[in-house]
Design a protein around this ligand. Structure first.
Ligand code: FMN
Length: 435
């Protein structure tokens, strides 16, 4: 339960999270660690936070209502674990269905991603019966971390109290105090997204049986922008011109690579836009109010580290369109099927799929870890300081994030298929009993 309490000084705010955090009072520049579980961590922004560590926990490691993906694992821990609940029985799922997508996300493969050499080999350890089919039991997957070298751990240890600007160390410290995982950003590392990709590959295998396909590609990095491309052009472009930035337009891909290499040479990083298209999604998926598919999918996409915005169809472009321009006009085709002349709505009406392609975009911020000095704070010493380049990083994560985006879209579609069909099954039962 969250309860607002009186602000101690002007400009400040205080919340009492009762069982979680209490922001007690404004205070600047003091820190002390008391024996026992309670200690105040005073941040230079001027917020004094009392954390009851007995009650602080990390929630929210499961995504989905019926097709439920639970993930665990830290950047420099032993590995990553994934449990998928809601697996249909009778499917042949092998490592071969999952590994190709993990290869697309894996670091250490090009000049524009992190040099960390993770093999990302997935093992399926649960949910498959003796005959090689899913049994309907939870599917259990594991990916071991292999490149967690002592020198990198030492680098993180040396800078343990120095907060990386743009990264999640400060907020994790606010929540977990000195128990926060300071090594490689722990759960806030992009490493956790391997779990999403593994689960997404399983979701894609389910979607393939329904003739639903999800593709993503990098549409923009910094000032290098792809022209408008159809689903077919994107697919063909990615097949004909495979590149680490996952851009289907050769000329733009070359320009993106030049920009990324220049940023790398400057010690800097770049962000961009990833577009995704889901083809074959039947009309009627999504629940009318809080569980609109547009909304739950946006939540899944926004949960990806470094994603700062999501838009559907014309998205923010709606702001400068008249209704006569933005409405997607319907018509019956020769076969009597409902079609749309345009897809400004991104495949949704009222948050429910309308049978057209689902089309959306996420905005990816530039990687926060730089190879240039950055001003920041040391929370142990309560001093302003400078963070020097310490660690491995991606000059741009745009290319690697594509399979992560596809994964969240695929997981969400499977979840909504199950919600919609489960509902229909119950409805049929009701009819049987009332006739
Ligand atoms: C695949 C992937 C790789 C990432 N690699 C890095 C990295 O090397 N360095 C970095 O600072 N951030 C990296 N990030 C982004 C951070 O995890 C993210 O910025 C951080 O958790 C803070 O969250 P926020 O940007 O959503 O606020 C990566 C993200 C993804 C999805």
């Amino acid at each position: 339960m969250k309860r607002a309490v009186r602000s101690h000084r002007s400009g400040g705010f205080t919340y009492d999270f009762r069982r979680h955090l209490s922001f007690d009072r404004m205070d600047v520049g003091r820190y002390h660690h008391r024996a026992g579980h309670r200690f105040p961590a005073v941040i230079r922004t001027g917020i004094s936070i009392t954390i009851n560590l007995e009650n602080v926990q990390m929630l929210g490691n499961t995504f989905g209502r019926m097709f439920r993906v639970t993930a665990c694992g830290e950047s420099y821990g032993g590995g990553l674990g994934i449990i998928i609940d809601g697996m249909p029985a009778g499917m042949k799922i092998t490592k071969g269905d999952i590994q190709p997508d993990l290869e697309r996300r894996r670091p250490g493969q090009s000049e524009v991603d992190s040099p960390r050499k993770e093999k990302d080999q997935v093992e399926i350890f649960a949910g498959i019966g003796q005959d090689g089919h899913t049994t309907g039991a939870p599917l259990g997957l594991i990916i071991y971390n292999v490149d967690t070298m002592p020198q990198h751990i030492q680098e993180y240890r040396d800078y343990r109290w120095v907060m990386r600007p743009g990264h999640a160390e400060l907020t994790h410290y606010v929540k977990y105090g000195e128990y926060a995982d300071w090594c490689g950003a722990g759960r806030a590392s992009g490493r956790e997204t391997a779990c999403r990709v593994a689960a997404g590959a399983v979701a894609k295998a389910i979607l393939a049986r329904e003739d639903i396909e999800v593709i993503g590609y990098v549409k923009q990095i910094y000032d290098a922008k792809c022209p408008e491309m159809t689903f077919e052009e994107v697919k063909a472009g990615l097949e004909e011109n495979p590149n680490p930035l996952n851009c289907p337009h050769k000329e733009t891909a070359d320009k993106m690579m030049a920009r990324a290499l220049k940023a790398k040479a400057d010690g800097d990083t770049l962000g961009g836009i990833v577009e995704f298209i889901a083809r074959g999604v039947p009309a009627g998926l999504g629940e009318p109010v809080f569980d609109k598919m547009e909304a739950t999918m946006a939540a899944g996409l926004m949960s990806i580290p470094a994603v700062k915005a999501v838009e559907w169809g014309a998205g923010f472009g709606f702001a400068s369109m008249k209704g006569s321009e933005s409405n997607d006009i319907m018509y019956y085709d020769e076969e009597g099927q409902v079609r749309f002349r345009t897809n400004h709505g991104g495949g949704f009406l009222g948050g429910i799929s309308c049978g057209d392609d689902l089309v959306g975009r996420v905005c990816v911020k530039a990687t926060s870890t730089l190879s240039i000095d950055q001003d920041t704070i040391n929370v142990k010493e309560h001093k302003n300081t400078v963070l020097s380049p310490i660690t491995r990083r991606d000059p741009t994560i745009c290319g690697r994030i594509v399979p992560v985006v596809e994964a969240m879209v695929a997981i969400c579609i499977v979840d909504h298929l199950m919600m919609a069909r489960g509902f229909e099954a119950v409805q049929r039962l009701d009819k049987e009993y009332t006739i």
